[in-house]
Design a protein around this ligand. Sequence first.
Ligand SMILES: [Zn+2]
Length: 281
Amino acid sequence: MGVTDCHVHISPVDEMRPEPLEMLGVRLSELRSVMENPAEFLAILDRADVERAVIINYLSPRVIGYTERVNEFSSRYARADPSRLIATGGIEPDHPDPKHEITRLVREMGIRAIKLHPPHQLFYPNDYLEGRPYPRLRDIYATAEELGVPIIFHTGTSVFPLARNRFGEPLFLDDVAVDFPELTIVLAHAGRPLWMEQASFLTRRFPNVWLELSGIPPRRLPIYLPRLAELSSKTLFGTDWPGPGVQDLGENFRAFRALGLPPDVQRAILEENPKKVFRPE
Ligand SMILES: [Zn+2]
């Protein structure tokens, strides 16, 4: 069984606003080429001995600059090899017709997971509750639940200039997991660096909530999540490449393996669990 990287940012860099773009710095020309050529990215996966990757794309017109065009990009990119590239797409919390839109993304565009980024989309995951500003979030969750499509939530902080970090607190997903018990919820970044205990609690409490480790330097995982091995049947690994601080995708995997977790724990996290959450084509 092969390894899955559950979190890579293959996204149209030219859609980004100037400030977040600047954070990618000198690597921009190299990255632009990978973002335009799926074959180059597949070669990176080959060198790292990674079978599959989840291509993260989401909407964030105000904070990052990503508009609905990213869904088209994600869909087209993954079509280069759908057995290895798993496309995700986004939707805004006030979309007028989430049921139609998510069904279209999944059925017509081959989108296999929805990514929502509360600190970059400026909403709380439970903002559908009575009197709150985004009642249509309920339709987003219900539709994903009905179609069996996972929703990946960014949890934890973001250092991009206009991000609002209060929206990154995992505990607001407690309501979502209670109200949509069949919805598969992935807690990207495990609430790092402020809320790992909340993320671990939700993962233990709800059968359909998964902990995802991307964006945490692997050597610091034992400090952030000392009880990681106990949660291994509910945990996924991702690199967050090429996010700030992640220079090399393969090196990130080597650092994870170097933690010396028991072989069955590593196999669950790197190989088996991703195939339960992101089913093979
Ligand atoms: Zn990310």
